[in-house]
Design a protein around this ligand. Structure first.
Ligand code: NAD
Length: 460
């Protein structure tokens, strides 16, 4: 079916009002949960084939997160959809006002390949919860997963309600010619700009979940071994192909040596002497990205790792030192298993460098000192912050997840996701039994009343 017809079909279905009742939304969320449980074995196999993702990682970082979103939405949806009362100004009294969340209509959700299930279906949970219809555009770079998700959606949902449209940039560009109620995009800043231009054409509300170079700062007082374990875990999860993975580390000179040794130790513990044999270690998504990672190896001194196997798209977890600031690995988002470690002794200078860099999706800092923590958080901007850990701030439904500046705008997860797919409609209802005259002409009467009201307001 041509994309225009697909979008029109979804729009017509939305117009029937069928997606709005709370019972319908709950039923669809439960259906999605059932579908995911039924499709779990094929989803795990597809993730293994596309990204070498282990079943544990697939459950922990993909399916588990979507189930958590569904459960959370089912638990809180009645409260989220309920109109919330607001105060109204005295000069329209008697009146009552409220905010009524309303679905936008047809939501276009464009996903990417590194967490191809979670990044497509978590926004879908929010879109359903908010009462929209949805068109999903999975990433073509995780083709087996895209295929499985399309089969799931086709089997469990009516096509006018939720549809998956597959293909590369050409199909995405065709979709973007259409008018949507909401566009939700996860991917690169380059394509984010294309989406934003397309959204501008129809003035469509947009959420951009982009990436960036997430820095980790390890201060002199940090618990070094713990910092090393947590950074190694977050960096080499999914072979570094995680938007919130620490992109590089800035470690205080006094703890550099023990930190590097602790990272080496953690790598050995997690993935053994040959990570290629570890079922917990993933693969690079394709040849292009594999070559890009290999090119980074020359940008510094290999402290650990560096081994690769082209046929398997395998690159060992690699730590680089002595990296000059103008090297490509420090200019581009790495998005792979290469971790530059820079040292610092002047935190003010490090902060100044981060202040002029594009705003990252996440900022990580390791310190036991609250004053230092507050200083770094208040002086370095980022989408989110995690102190003494990495990635943990975006797991779960309690905290909104999103970027700022170059890493995007808008957020989701839990209530924030519901809000991202809802228009906060303001409603005011007045009574008709009283109609105070002061706002009506002649102006003299209105002016006197306004003057009196302002005097009352400004009385100190
Ligand atoms: P990408 O931007 O190339 O592709 C993402 C999606 O956009 C795909 O579905 C693709 O088909 C579509 N697309 C490609 N060209 C298009 C075009 N011209 N018009 C419309 N759509 C188009 O994604 P990528 O670069 O492979 O993904 C990696 C980036 O995504 C990294 O920067 C990473 O940090 C970021 N990311 C962000 C998050 C987040 O939650 N903020 C999560 C994962 C990845």
């Amino acid at each position: 079916m041509p994309v225009t017809a697909t979008v029109h079909r979804a729009r017509d279905f939305f117009a029937t009002g069928a997606t709005r009742p709370l019972a319908f939304r709950r039923e669809q969320l439960q259906k999605l949960s059932t579908a995911l449980q039924q499709y779990e074995p094929v989803i795990l196999a597809a993730l293994q084939a596309d990204l070498g993702k282990s079943p544990y990682q697939a459950l922990a970082t993909e399916l588990g997160l979507v189930h958590a979103e569904i459960n959370h939405a089912l638990r809180h949806l009645a409260r989220w959809v309920a109109p919330s009362k607001r105060r109204t100004p005295w000069f329209v009294a008697p009146a009552c006002g409220w905010v009524q969340p309303e679905p936008f209509g047809v939501a276009l959700i464009v996903g990417t390949w590194n967490y191809p299930v979670q990044l497509l279906l978590s926004p879908l949970v929010s879109a359903i919860a908010a009462g929209n219809t949805a068109i999903l555009k999975p990433s073509e770079l995780a083709p087996r997963t895209a295929e499985v998700l399309t089969a799931l959606v086709t089997e469990f949902f009516s096509p006018e309600y939720i549809t998956a449209v597959n293909g590369g940039s050409e199909i995405a560009e065709a979709l973007l010619q259409e008018k949507f109620g909401k566009i939700f995009f996860t991917g690169s800043a380059r394509v984010g700009r294309i989406l934003m231009a397309a959204a501008a054409r129809h003035l469509t509300p947009l959420t951009l979940e982009l990436g960036g170079k997430c820095p980790a700062i390890v201060c002199a007082d940090a618990k070094v071994e713990l910092a090393a374990r947590r950074i190694v875990w977050g960096k080499f999860l999914n072979a570094g192909q995680t938007c919130v993975a620490p992109d590089h580390v800035r470690v205080h000179r006094n703890v550099r040596e023990p930190f590097l040794l602790a990272m080496k130790q953690a790598l050995l513990e997690f993935y053994g002497p040959d990570p290629r044999r570890s079922s917990d270690y993933g693969r690079i998504v394709n040849q292009k990205h594999f070559n890009r990672q290999l090119n980074y190896l020359g940008d510094g001194k290999i402290f650990h790792g560096g081994e690769s196997h082209a046929q398997e798209l395998y690159l060992a977890p690699t730590i680089l030192t002595a990296v000059p600031p103008d090297a490509a690995v420090m200019q581009e988002e790495i998005f792979g298993p290469v971790l530059p470690v820079l040292e610092f002794d002047d935190l003010t200078k490090t902060i100044a460098e981060l202040q002029v860099a594009p705003t990252p999706l996440a900022l990580y800092l390791f310190t036991e000192n609250r004053t230092l923590e507050n200083k770094i958080i208040s002086e370095v901007r980022s989408g989110g912050v995690c102190v003494n850990d990495v990635i943990a701030h975006m797991i779960g439904t309690g905290l909104p997840f999103g970027g700022l500046g170059e890493s995007g705008f808008g957020s989701y997860h839990g209530r924030a996701g519901f809000d991202a797919f809802s228009h906060q409609r303001a409603v005011l209802r007045r009574t008709t039994w009283l109609d105070l005259p002061f706002r009506y002409p002649p102006a003299r009467l209105a002016y006197t009343s306004l003057k009196r009201a302002l005097k009352f307001l400004l009385r100190g």
